[in-house]
Design a protein around this ligand. Structure first.
Ligand code: AR6
Length: 169
């Protein structure tokens, strides 16, 4: 499985799926979640609401992820993962959010997925810590179909922080 680290906007990626840093309500939000909903169009919110009502009436638990179509995006699917808010002891929940996103893409038989820096905006994770957690999650993941994971960072600083951690893989 090839790991790419790029600076850019995840909504523009041409991977089979892009992951979203959602929250338990699956009803959209700010940051990358807001950007994905704007780029995908209103059908995305309707699809999220349907998943919520049918499968997670109490909300999608932290560390889990679900798949919807990508609608107006270039990516065919969006994988909505819920990270934890920053806490010293929250690393395993952040790791599960990344791993759940990878697993859903892999189980769907996809070749490529783009991941954002889940948790590093509104949820307050230091970039270096999130990058370490992602490195460990990627290192432990055994894919069946996934050939490419593209990690997409919005800013140059974030790109450098994640690149220096992930080049150790
Ligand atoms: N492309 C790539 N990365 C982006 C983009 C983009 N278009 N936009 C923002 N980022 P955040 P969280 C980066 O706050 O910390 C939402 O309201 C951003 O620079 O989006 O997991 C949800 O609904 C940062 O590094 O997600 C939840 O309530 C990273 O994406 C909550 O925020 C994550 O920042 C989740 O918080």
């Amino acid at each position: 499985m090839q790991i790419e680290v790029v600076q850019g906007d995840i909504t523009l990626q041409d991977t089979d799926a892009i992951a979203n840093s959602a929250n338990s309500t699956l009803s959209g939000g700010g940051g990358v979640d807001g950007a994905i909903h704007r780029a995908s169009g209103p059908r995305l919110l309707a699809a999220c609401q349907q998943v919520r009502e049918a499968r997670f009436p109490k909300g999608l638990p932290e560390g889990e992820a679900v798949l919807t179509p990508g609608f107006d995006l270039r990516a065919k699917y969006v994988i909505h993962a819920v990270g934890p808010q920053y806490a010293e002891k929250g690393r395993s929940a952040l790791s599960r959010a990344f791993t759940s996103a990878l697993r859903i893409a892999d189980e769907k038989g996809l070749n490529s997925v783009a991941l954002p820096a889940i948790g590093t905006g509104a949820y307050g994770w230091p970039k270096k810590v999130a990058a370490e957690v992602l490195r460990e999650a990627l290192g432990a993941f055994r894919p069946k179909s996934l050939q490419l994971v593209r990690v997409v960072l919005l800013t140059a600083d974030d790109y450098l922080a994640f690149r220096s951690e992930l080049e150790m893989l």
